[in-house]
Write a protein that binds this ligand. Structure first.
Ligand code: NAD
Ligand code: PRE
Length: 366
């Protein structure tokens, strides 16, 4: 299969790297309006070939993936469709679907090109091809958003392609998609933004040391506040209706929480904290992991080879690291590495081996 990727930024280049390892993909051609991003994607090995001409990229492609910002999807779709092969599939990776899918369907009207909207639930707060990763979609959910007019064979083709890059395809209606992601992606981003702004302003006005005090909790809760503002402005604009609906509910819940604290209603507060804890612990982990994920927190010095020593100690036991992250201490001299492994037995073994190598380890179900 020949695939064209339009927009070789973070998601487009990651997809190119993943496609080039996928069995069903023979050739990956890329185009980007920014020549530097196109060249970086090519150098990173995300593309078999690159072209600065948009319509050349779409020529003879079996699948064209639009990995551009949501606001330009319609314009780019209109430009590529007349050049696409008979029966080809036009898809996208945009974070919003209702309006975007409708725009792509308008662009294919009268042609024999089939639209299947898509949205990988994986990414990062970074942007651009420099931080692209071949494994970005492994184990991630990939939402596919057919409509009443979607061709079943095109949906089947996209389902197989998504599975071929290691993701889990999930079919959902475009409007329903927008409300779902408002809850689990868009409002969380705005919450992180609000929290970060609050802390940064207090640090500026009251105590400059405030942000130095931040531990893993604040860092985890605000990571996505470092995302690309231009992209989020577009996401907010395109999904404002659903976001406002969820923000209203969120604001009402914050109001209830405030009242519980004001009146110190320990019973209701305790119920809320307990329910949230249970829901968080029951959250499905990384796709493909059938057992209980257990997190090991390992204190690491800021020294060459420390990360490699920890990961090789665990992998030499034949234990797969399912997830990994590092929280840096504000002084930059130490940090905590978070490793998730599958099951308590594996966690015990890894814990013991790391302890024997002199590392301080904390273990908990994740
Ligand atoms: N970043 C994430 O975590 C994430 C996750 C899932 C989906 N998405 C979606 O993926 C899409 C791309 O996001 P990204 O994070 O890769 O952004 P990015 O900024 O890294 O990449 C976008 C690329 O599109 C290019 N581009 C812009 N206008 C263009 C045009 N008219 N023609 C050709 N190329 C053009 C840019 O030069 C850039 O290289 C967006 O629709 C976003 O909503 C992002
Ligand atoms: O930063 C990350 O880890 C993300 O995966 C980003 C994230 C998300 O909210 O989950 C952000 C927007 C995209 O549409 C999909 C993914």
């Amino acid at each position: 299969m020949r695939v064209a990727i339009i927009g070789t930024g973070l998601i487009g280049a990651s997809l190119g790297l993943a496609f080039r390892r996928a069995e069903s993909v023979r050739t990956v051609v890329g185009h980007d309006a920014d020549n530097a991003n196109l060249a970086t994607a090519l150098t990173k090995g995300a593309l078999d070939s690159a072209t600065t001409n948009l319509t050349d990229a779409a020529e003879n492609a079996d699948v064209v993936v639009l990995a551009v910002p949501p606001s330009v999807i319609e314009r780019v779709a209109e430009a590529v469709v007349p050049h696409m092969a008979d029966g080809a599939v036009l898809t996208d990776v945009g974070s919003v679907k209702g309006e975007v899918v409708a725009a792509m369907e308008r662009a294919v009207a009268g042609s024999n090109v089939h639209v299947v909207g898509g949205h990988p639930m994986a990414g990062s707060h970074e942007h651009g091809p420099e931080t692209a990763m071949a494994d970005m979609f492994v184990g991630a959910t990939w939402l596919l958003t057919p409509t009443a007019s979607t061709d079943q064979a095109a949906l089947d083709r996209m389902t197989a392609l998504v599975a071929d890059v290691g993701a889990q395809p999930v079919v959902v209606d475009p409007k329903a998609h927008d409300l779902l992601v408002a809850v689990i992606s868009h409002v969380p981003q705005l919450t992180a933004t609000t929290l970060m702004t609050l802390a940064a302003e207090r640090a500026r006005k009251e105590d400059a040391r405030l942000l130095l005090l931040a531990g893993g909790g604040f860092r985890d809760a605000t990571r996505v506040a470092a995302s690309n503002p231009e992209m989020w402005l577009q996401i907010c604009q395109e999904n404002s209706e659903a976001i406002v609906q969820v923000l209203d509910e969120y604001a009402a819940r914050i109001g209830q929480l405030r009242m519980m604290l004001h009146d110190f209603d320990s019973e209701r507060l305790s119920t809320m904290l307990t329910d949230a804890r249970e829901a968080r612990n029951a959250m499905p982990g990384k796709g493909g992991v059938s057992g209980q994920l257990v997190e090991l927190r390992v204190v690491i010095p800021d020294a060459p080879g420390a990360i490699a020593d920890i990961t090789s100690t665990v992998s030499s036991l034949g234990i797969n690291i399912e997830d990994i992250g590092i929280d840096h201490a504000p002084d930059g001299k130490r940090g905590q590495m978070r490793l998730a492994v599958n099951g308590f037995e594996a966690a015990e073994k890894a814990h013991e081996a790391l302890g024997a190598n002199g590392y301080e380890v904390l273990e908990r179900a994740s």
